[in-house]
Design a protein around this ligand. Structure first.
Ligand code: SF4
Length: 344
């Protein structure tokens, strides 16, 4: 029998498997702790398990399915990883350290079909959905390289659209959240969507405390469709209505991401349009981020003066706004850039 990824099993399932193998089921809890809390990738190193059990586990399971292809470290301590799946598809994952927190940024798909104009991930097209265990692999890889081997927050903001792979995403979220898994609080996880309305509505009904972030990047349909083709399917009016529904159902705030791109969405009229459409939402904040320049995509950030006047208008209209600086600029920071270098 071919070895299986042990992370595809819940704790209960592993207990049953151990039972069937003639082992004590309570060892499942120890195995989970080694894999998820101590980020150990080798059964032989699980020193509190009987030697015979370690052998049995090695014969029947594997722990990590991803291979490290490249690791880059930026001056601001951001680390970017290019990881290879068992079918040789590539994905990116990132560690972003900041004051009091270490965030792991996770991909949910190999490639992306949504082709946002500022993002390198869509340039090579869509390959396939990741499984929940592959997402967990990413988290464990990042945990291994994180300061003190500890991640405090997880964002599903890497390659791919999380809601286009909803069921596997939710499985991964539940294991990351579970006390026997990675034990990271659901409020410390953020799911970021390009605006898939059915996903927003479905998440609203899950009774989960995860954070939702919506990539907006424009306050009118014409500009948004230019930046994000998904807007031709899910128009702004319906998207904002779905966000209103999410807030009403969950009483949770939504973060709207707004990447500023020179000559496309960064002038005062764009700021006015944005504040108009967000005004009606009770619980929201806006992250404004100048884009990372990507040669292949011909996008550039606006001048500092324009960035500041954009933010000033949003603040004046009563929105809660944070101006973020792009991270890891010296290491192919834009989403998908590193993979693009290796796969094209
Ligand atoms: S921003 Fe997200 S949805 Fe848009 S192309 Fe990039 S990965 Fe896909």
């Amino acid at each position: 029998m071919a070895a299986r990824d042990i992370k595809s099993l819940t704790l209960k399932e592993l207990e049953e498997v151990l039972n069937n193998l003639g082992e004590k089921s309570f060892h499942a809890q120890q195995v989970f702790s080694w894999i998820y809390q101590k980020a150990v990738a080798d059964f032989a190193a699980m020193s509190d398990l009987p030697l015979g059990l370690r052998r049995v586990l090695k014969e029947n399971f594997y722990i990590r399915g991803l291979k490290l292809r490249k690791r880059l470290k930026a001056g601001d301590r951001t680390q970017k990883f290019l990881l290879q799946l068992t079918d040789r598809n590539l994905l990116e994952a990132v560690i972003i350290p900041a004051e009091g927190r270490v965030t792991g940024c996770i991909s949910t798909q190999a490639g992306c079909k949504f082709a946002c104009c500022f993002c390198a991930s869509g340039l090579l097209g869509f390959k396939r959905n990741l499984t929940a265990t592959e997402m967990l692999d990413e988290v464990l890889y990042l945990k291994d390289y994180a300061p003190q081997k500890r991640l405090t927050h997880i964002v599903f903001m890497g390659t791919g659209e999380p809601f286009d792979n909803y069921d596997e995403l939710l499985k991964a979220v539940r294991t990351i959240n579970s006390p026997q898994g990675l034990n990271i609080g659901s409020r410390r996880m953020t799911i970021s969507t390009c605006g898939i309305i059915p996903g927003i509505k479905k998440l609203a009904e899950e009774n989960l405390q995860v954070e939702l972030s919506v990539s907006l990047h424009a306050g009118d349909d014409k500009t948004r469709s230019l930046i994000m083709p998904i807007n031709k399917k899910y128009h702004l009016k319906e998207l904002i209505a779905a966000c209103r529904y999410y807030i009403a159902q969950t009483n949770r705030q939504i973060t709207f991401e707004y990447i500023l791109i020179k000559d496309i969405n960064s002038d005062l009229q764009n700021a006015i349009n944005l504040s108009k459409i967000l005004r009606s939402l009770k619980l929201c904040k806006v992250n404004v981020i100048p884009c990372n320049p990507v040669k292949e995509l011909k996008v550039e950030p606006p001048e500092q003066e324009e960035i500041l006047s954009f933010r000033k208008h949003l603040l004046k209209s009563g929105l809660n706004v944070t101006l973020r600086t792009p991270r890891g600029e010296d290491i192919e920071a834009a989403c998908g850039q590193l993979r693009l270098r290796y796969e094209k």
